[in-house]
Design a protein around this ligand. Structure first.
Ligand SMILES: [Fe+2]
Length: 224
């Protein structure tokens, strides 16, 4: 049976875009109704901590939802922003690959808008906004997207959800070196330093990739 430690967070929503909603979240946190951190030692690696689903998960999965978010059918341009390859392996705590996990990501465009009625609707017609894929036989996955940018109230982040045989994880990824990370109340709700750091990844140039594109590596650890 899938482990779902996001249920409460999904109900609470991502109230990061207004002070009123921020107070609501803080209130919920104070009352112990959130379960931001689900990262406990289990075997040799920490489980990847969960974070709230947020309000901008698509209301309907778009027809185009492949793992390249930087192009949109019918348009000839590419997304604004810094093109980035998000790649990694889905692993269990003992390092075994998780095969066939469904991995979804969604994020705002380079102008800070989500392709969602509540998130501005999307300003960049060439940015898909949402994509999904499945991990391969070695647990590997990849997305082509943009380096996330900030929007009011949040440090840059990419939302990710992973559903596998034994796991149902919703989390958020952050950019190493972003000055707003230290002030982001959702990221810093993870009190365990090691768990919090596991969600902060570098976006860097790497050999073997186009010189003007970035690479971000993230290996989520789930129950299996
Ligand atoms: Fe968000």
């Amino acid at each position: 049976m899938a482990t779902d430690n996001n249920t409460l967070e999904a109900k609470n929503g991502d109230s990061c875009h207004s002070c009123k909603n921020r107070r609501t979240i803080l209130s919920l946190m104070a009352s112990g109704l959130t379960c931001i951190v689900s990262s406990y030692a289990f075997g040799s690696s920490l489980l990847t901590p969960s974070q709230m689903l947020g309000p901008f998960y698509p209301e309907k999965i778009p027809l185009e939802h492949d793992n390249d978010l930087t192009t949109v059918s019918g348009n000839y341009g590419i997304s604004a922003g810094e093109i980035s390859h998000l790649i990694g392996q889905v692993l269990t705590p003992n390092g075994s690959p998780v095969i066939g996990a469904k991995i979804e990501i969604w994020q705002c465009d380079a102008f800070g808008q989500y392709k969602h009625p509540g998130g501005g609707g999307g300003q960049d017609p060439n940015f898909q906004g949402y994509g999904r894929t499945r991990s391969g036989v070695d647990g590997q996955y990849r997305f082509k997207t943009i380096k996330p940018v900030t929007y009011p109230g949040r440090t840059p982040h990419i939302h990710m959800r992973i559903v596998s045989k034994n796991a149902n994880l919703t989390t958020q990824l952050y950019v190493k070196g972003e000055r707003l990370n230290d002030r982001d109340f959702i990221l810093n709700a993870i009190r365990n330093t090691r768990a919090r750091s596991s969600l902060i990844i570098p976006f860097v140039h790497e050999p073997g990739f186009p010189p003007d594109e970035l690479v971000a590596r993230f290996d989520p650890v789930v129950a299996g």
